[in-house]
Design a protein around this ligand. Structure first.
Ligand code: URA
Length: 498
């Protein structure tokens, strides 16, 4: 191996911007072509001056036959990641590895015990972790007075903004946003990313209207019995907390967790207060223009499938009998089962938020579900939601058809796949067919979008926010005043059987 003398000529190399693989590669290529050994190089970042006043490496003599060997792809990937680290020695470390690869150690990266490989791998790991945290913990806040413009403040450990920005552009393509960090800012106008100088925390809005919703949701899903503070701090280090709306709740939730668990132990198992009549209903026999109320009373005794038994009560539709829009969900959840009203729990709150943002009064809609009993599984004292099976949907169909026949809404909006297949049939594919109008045989216009519970299930706020926008934008399309035809929809044939 080439070993330079201690007093060998030193050369300087500049990498600008210092996290750019292209810039580093260009510089490293110049050094390799001149056969300049790692120990002779003085790496400079951005506009930094050379302490040793070493001349630029371009001034070093270049042999006429000099060439640069190709480098393995995994080295380039490692280099691209490592370069984002703030460790000043990374530029030299990567060149040392490159030098070794070019001088006969082509498979050096496959030796995990090698000191240089070990160090580079650790740096890359830290950058990947920081990248993951940025994707998970960036919180956009609406810019007051500007529709659909958002700003987030984030403090990454490393120079990762350029690396992560395309992820946000893909996720939030349809909105205008900026992410400010101390070292650099990025702006997306719906078409292109633009990078600029760093910003200040005060330049980003402190909070917006949606914050209280996420807090309510977070408080609802926080399970004190599953609290593992060590894991939580590992996954969500305290320094990110001040930008997370839900973090304001954490100290209180953590403090009260032990008492809440004790209280859960002490509490007798939750026995649903049965409200359904003990006598089985005679089945759905509808041969006249019976009222919605009459249908509701009949449904209260339904035993057409086994779901009635563990449930508290039938959750029938709710809303004006002459509503112009019917919104159909899957089935009642835990909250709805206990209170007897559709869309009363977290998914309903998200629906309410979307309706409020679209200026639509929930009271004008008829809200119902494809299945009217809560399908769940009991785990200890907790009741876990289970998706209804097609036999449950089928058994409940007469109630749904009865509601449609009485309300005769010109428009039916299905939330989620269960509702959509209940209305449009099993060939309906939510992914493929959502977000556009479908005309039913009787002329009623149907539309399907995602379920708000799916929005809430997204695993981080970035994804939740994106899913929420899709949900709200679909609703906007269908509920816009001029999308809903005036008057009633065609009447469906009277229902019979059970
Ligand atoms: N999910 C639904 O589909 N319906 C409800 O009523 C509540 C949650």
């Amino acid at each position: 191996m080439h070993r330079p003398q201690p007093d060998a000529q030193r050369w300087s190399l500049r990498v600008d911007p210092p996290w750019s693989l292209e810039a580093w590669r260009e510089a490293a290529r110049e050094a390799l072509l001149r056969d300049v050994a790692p120990a002779q190089l003085d790496w400079l970042e951005g506009g930094e001056a050379s302490l040793l006043d070493a001349p630029g490496v371009q001034q070093a003599p270049r042999p006429a036959d000099a060439s640069v060997p190709s480098v393995p792809r995994d080295f380039l990937e490692l280099a691209a990641t490592c370069l984002c680290h703030r460790e000043p020695q990374r530029l030299a470390l990567l060149y040392r590895l490159l030098w070794r690869i070019a001088h006969g150690e082509r498979s050096v990266l496959s030796n995990p015990a090698d000191a240089d490989v070990l160090r580079a791998t650790a740096l890359a790991h830290a950058v990947r972790r920081d990248t993951h945290k940025m994707k998970a913990f960036v919180r956009f806040r609406e810019v007051p007075g500007q529709a659909d413009a958002f700003i987030a403040w984030f403090e990454p450990d490393h120079n990762i903004v350029e690396r992560v920005a395309p992820f946000f552009a893909r996720r939030f393509t349809g909105m205008r946003w900026a992410i400010l960090t101390p070292g650099c800012s990025v702006h997306w106008d719906g078409q292109a990313l633009a990078f600029g100088p760093g910003g200040r925390r005060e330049d980003a809005p402190a909070e917006d209207a949606r914050e209280s919703l996420w807090q309510t949701y977070y408080a609802n899903i926080f399970n004190p019995a599953r609290l593992n503070t060590r894991m939580m701090l590992q996954e969500m280090p305290a320094r990110y907390w001040r930008n997370l709306p839900e973090a304001q709740l954490l100290p209180g939730l953590v403090r009260d967790a032990a008492d809440r668990v004790q209280e859960m132990h002490d509490r007798p198992a939750q026995a649903p207060q049965r409200k359904i009549p003990q006598r089985p209903a005679a089945g759905v026999v509808e041969d006249g223009p019976g009222s919605l109320e009459a249908l509701r009373r009949q449904a209260a005794g339904c035993r057409q499938c086994p779901l009635w038994e563990p449930a508290t009560q039938v959750v029938f539709g709710q809303g004006p009998a002459n509503a112009r829009v019917m919104v159909m969900g899957e089935q009642p959840g835990d909250t709805e089962d206990l209170c007897g009203r559709p869309f009363a729990g977290p998914a309903g709150q998200l629906l309410d938020r979307a309706l409020a943002e679209l200026g639509i009064d929930r009271a004008t809609l008829y809200l119902t579900n494809a299945v009217k009993h809560f399908h769940h599984e009991r785990r200890g004292k907790v009741r876990l939601h289970k998706r209804p099976e097609s036999r449950h949907v089928h058994a409940c169909r007469p109630w749904l058809v009865g509601e449609i026949a009485r309300v005769r809404p010109p428009v039916i909006v299905c939330l989620g796949a269960t509702a959509a297949t209940a209305l449009f049939g099993s060939g309906f594919n939510l992914l493929r067919d959502r977000g556009r109008w479908h005309v039913l045989e009787d002329g009623t216009r149907g539309y399907a979008t995602v379920h708000p519970a799916w929005v809430l299930r997204q695993k981080d706020e970035t994804r939740r926010e994106e899913a929420y926008r899709l949900f709200r934008d679909d609703l906007r399309q269908v509920l816009a005043a001029d999308s809903v035809p005036a008057g009633h929809g065609p009447a469906l044939p009277p229902i019979s059987g059970g």
